[in-house]
Design a protein around this ligand. Structure first.
Ligand code: COS
Length: 382
């Protein structure tokens, strides 16, 4: 049986997220884009309203939102400001390894606190020489008695400059390499050092920094699953969280379409509104079709994750397709606005700059295609 209607709870969640986006994010999006300041007050408010760190299970005091709930929220927030949304999403990305792979003691210690107060967290996989090739991580976590000693550095770490909690992926045995990759929960107080923040073309409200680990000692009890399971923790996490990224991309594209439709009805040229031109109508129709298709792929992947069905292929479909749609639709919106589209006085140039990152982070579009192709070649064709 197939149904596309949201449940009453999901509709309420969407209304709540939509109101928050309109009242608290949208009016300040331009300010954060210009200053690059960190939107901590907006994050606090999102947390208080149950729209951030919302994936913590109810058993540990959280809201217990599933992937579909997160997709609904993220589309709404992404339509208001993807930079702020990325900071919110990255927190969920960092907590997801604990939610999926943590033991009860780890969840009790870290998730319960993150459910009762806003704890900022960062997912630390990427390094200068380990981007798309995530298995090439060089940071080491060497066992010493009851502790692991971390050495190395990470880069492009979202929320890195403000986080108290870090999910760090490191090599436990350099002789074994990627096979020994281990995921550890690291606290700022363990001795994490923060480096420079990136100065980016878009999503400027989000914070990405370098991180340094110099003989950082972490209790061995902070290892997720066990030593050597880090790569599976990272991949299993990204399978789930990529649907959230896809939902954010749908949100950006939806906003661009709304702006383009309104502008096309208002702006007059050659004695008539732009919208009277069939060429422009067809462009709007294509934009709308792509957005709908991206949303359906996103919801399918989220639904599969919530059913516990392995969905590496579908989550890669959704992230890749929705990211490309966000780029295409925002570029179309800028074109419809003409010269005004290129001006910072109008909202669409920001949407286009923000959209570009959707094709890069949480695995580039090329990596998504690689994941899809590998699944196909393994026999996962239909
Ligand atoms: N879930 C569980 N296990 C997985 C998995 C998944 N989705 N994907 C791969 N694995 C397992 C494989 O089964 C394999 O295990 P075995 O050796 O026991 O069979 C192991 O992990 C290695 O897999 P693989 O050989 O496919 O690894 P590769 O090094 O070739 O790379 C890609 C895999 C390219 C998919 C990975 O490096 C990747 O996702 N890169 C992008 C990283 C990324 O998204 N970065 C963004 C920064 S985080 S915001």
């Amino acid at each position: 049986m197939i149904g596309f209607e949201l449940s009453e709870d999901q509709q309420q969640l969407r209304e709540k997220a939509r109101a928050f986006a309109a009242e608290e994010m949208m009016p300040r999006a331009r300010e954060f884009d210009e200053t690059g300041a960190f939107p901590i007050d907006i994050m606090k408010s999102a947390f208080e309203k149950g729209l951030m760190n919302d994936n913590i299970p109810e058993a540990f005091g959280g809201h217990g939102h599933n992937c579909m709930d997160t997709a609904i929220i993220t589309e709404e927030l992404g339509a208001a400001c993807m930079g702020i949304t990325t900071g919110i999403m990255a927190n969920a990305l960092a907590l997801t390894p604990l939610v999926l792979f943590g033991n009860d003691a780890q969840k009790e210690k870290y998730l319960r606190r993150a459910a009762s107060e806003l704890v900022l967290a960062a997912f630390c996989l990427t390094e200068r020489d380990a981007g798309s090739d995530a298995a090439s991580v060089q940071t080491t976590a060497i066992r010493d008695g009851d502790e692991y000693v971390l050495n190395g550095s990470k880069c492009f770490i979202t929320n890195g400059g403000y986080a108290d909690l870090f999910t760090v992926f490191a090599i436990a045995d350099p002789k074994k390499g990627p096979r020994s990759m281990t995921a550890l929960i690291v606290e700022k107080e363990h001795g994490v050092k923060v480096g420079d923040a990136e100065n980016k073309m878009g999503q400027r409200a989000s914070n990405q920094t370098e991180l340094y680990f110099e003989n950082v000692r972490v209790p061995a009890e902070n290892v997720l699953i066990r030593e050597g399971q880090g790569f599976k923790v990272a991949m299993g996490t990204l399978d789930v969280t990529r649907t959230g990224t896809a939902a954010g991309a749908v949100g950006i594209a939806r906003r661009a379409l709304v702006e383009a439709v309104n502008y096309a009805k208002e702006r007059r040229q050659f004695g008539q509104p732009l919208a009277a031109n069939q060429a422009l109508q067809f462009r709007l129709a294509d934009m709308a079709m792509k957005i709908e298709a991206a949303r359906l792929l996103t919801w399918e992947a989220a639904w599969m994750a919530d059913q516990g069905i392995r969905q590496s292929k579908q989550s890669a479909f959704s992230k890749c397709f929705a990211g490309d749609v966000a780029m295409e639709v925002t570029t179309d919106a800028v074109q419809i606005f003409g010269g005004n589209g290129y001006s910072r006085e109008y909202p669409v140039e920001k949407l286009m700059r923000d959209a570009k990152l959707m094709q890069i982070y949480e695995g580039t579009q090329e990596i998504q295609r690689l994941v899809i192709a590998r699944e196909l070649l393994k026999g996962n064709v239909t």
